[in-house]
Design a binder for this molecule. Sequence first.
Ligand code: ADP
Length: 355
Amino acid sequence: DDEQPDGKNSAVGSGGSLANRLQRPRVAGLKRSISRVSNNNNNQQKQLSDTSEEVDERLKNIDPRMVEMIESEILTSTQHVTWDDIAGLGQAKRAVHMAVIYPLLKPELFRGIRAPPKGLLLFGPPGTGKTLIGKCIASQSGATFFNISASSLTSKWIGEGEKMVRALFAVARVRQPTVIFIDEIDSLLTQRTDGEQEATRRIKTEFLVQLDGCGTSADDRIILLGATNRPQELDEAARRRFPKRLYVPLPDLSGRRAIISNLLRAQKHSLTEPQLAEIGVRTQGYSGADMDTLCREAAYGPLRTITDFAAASEDDVRAIAFEDFEFALTQVKPSVGERDLEIHIAFNKLYGMSA
Ligand code: ADP
């Protein structure tokens, strides 16, 4: 939902992504080994197999075409995102470090009862930075990162979805450590409805089977990161599968100010500190995504006063001013309703965790 037009975020599906380039030789190797394993009934030779062939065993029942599809559509190495790019959310960031980043960095410190949770749920209103956190984990952890949107599982791969889910988890095991980020997780975990297509129902069932299988081996280093705007739709069984649940709230005053400052950093502007503070106060209730829209709208202000675009140069564009924000505030309204917010706050009280 936040793909950028310049394609910076769009490692998903782009054949030339870093991940693709890095992973390609290995997948080629996997495929060779798959055919070798399936053509090879000689036990003695199997015994001689090295670790990489043992790894390949896990893919022996998987269609190599699927492995390829997963490689090009799901395996991602997103652009460079740092924790500083995410304004506010200090508590969520700390919790993500403890649950995901440090265990990947120092697995030996997270053994036994300190084993990290297999599933981490990020919930909160839309546009608050859940996907951004996922991308940052990908960028910072060095783990293989799978980025899946639940709706693409049930729409794009209709007919093949079930097999695809199986292949996905198999590849995730082979490529450990792996972080599997699933957006709109609620649609995969919610109760099956009567009108649902058979294919969708089967995808959901397979997904649950794989999800439950994920935590069975203590040595598996696969972390499931689910994101949802509708946590209230998750039933008890679904919540159990995500033992760690983190609230990603609307940005507070300092978070909103940080987002404005970040976005204005590379722009010519004339806003004073008190004016920035005032915008911060007047954007109470705006999500991170709303702040982004507001700043972009304000940044257009100086262009509106240009009458002759053909003759205009960059020097003719005046600095972004407070008035531009005043106008933008009349155009861009908070997208998250009071009622929606109450639902998240209530869910957080009941099921959320802060560390
Ligand atoms: P969601 O919670 O719906 O997954 P995203 O992470 O996709 O939201 O956020 C959408 C966009 O809003 C981001 O790409 C970013 O531009 C902006 N944004 C949201 N939250 C933050 C934040 N905490 N800090 C900086 N930018 C943010």
